[in-house]
Design a protein around this ligand. Structure first.
Ligand SMILES: [Ca+2]
Ligand SMILES: [Ca+2]
Length: 160
C-alpha cells in the first residue's frame, strides 16, 4: 500500500472516530423519585468503570440505592420501562473491590445498607466485585458480577 493510500485511510478513520463528538447526543434524566433524577442508559453497554465515568461526563453519578423504597421504585422502573428479560443486567455503583465482602456505593462512599441480593448472592464467583440488577430466570435482584462485564446502567443526580 502506498503512503498516500495509508494517509487517506488514516484520515477516514480519524473522521469517523471524531463523529460522536461532533454529533451531540443529548442525554437527560427522564425519571424521578424522592430527591433524585435518573437516566437509564439502555442503548450502550459499558463495563463498570466506564459506566461510572460515563455518568460523571453527564454531570451525574452511577446509581446508588439508599432505601428499600428506592429499590422498589427502581425495580418497577426497569421492569416497566425496559425489556428486562432473562439474563438482563444493569450496573449500580455498588462494589467490594476495595475490601472483599464489604460493599460500598462508589458514587457516594457509603456502605450498602439494603439487602436485596438474589438467593446465594453475593457469591464472589471467581472474583466478582461489582453490583448489578440481574434477571436470573425471572428472579430479579442484586448480584455481584465481574467488573469488566458490559452492561447497561442507570445514572442518577440529586435535585438541587
Ligand atoms: Ca467480591
Ligand atoms: Ca455473583
Amino acid at each position: 500500500m502506498s503512503k498516500r493510500v495509508l494517509l487517506l485511510l488514516f484520515i477516514c478513520f480519524a473522521a469517523i472516530s471524531a463523529l460522536p463528538n461532533n454529533k451531540k447526543v443529548k442525554r437527560q434524566a427522564t425519571h424521578e423519585f424522592g430527591n433524585k433524577d435518573y437516566y437509564l442508559e439502555s442503548l450502550i453497554k459499558a463495563n463498570f468503570h466506564n459506566a461510572f465515568m460515563f455518568c460523571q461526563r453527564l454531570g451525574m453519578q452511577l446509581l446508588t440505592i439508599n432505601s428499600n423504597e428506592e429499590y422498589d421504585y427502581l425495580y418497577k422502573l426497569i421492569t416497566t420501562e425496559l425489556s428486562f428479560g432473562p439474563d438482563s443486567k444493569l450496573w449500580t455503583s455498588g462494589t467490594d473491590i476495595a475490601r472483599e465482602g464489604k460493599f460500598h456505593w462508589l458514587s457516594t462512599g457509603y456502605p450498602v445498607k439494603i439487602n436485596k441480593w438474589l438467593p446465594g448472592e453475593p457469591d464472589n464467583d471467581n472474583g466478582e466485585h461489582c453490583m448489578e440488577f440481574w434477571n436470573n430466570n425471572g428472579n430479579i435482584g442484586l448480584n455481584d458480577d465481574k467488573c469488566h462485564s458490559e452492561n447497561y446502567f442507570i445514572c442518577e443526580k440529586k435535585k438541587n
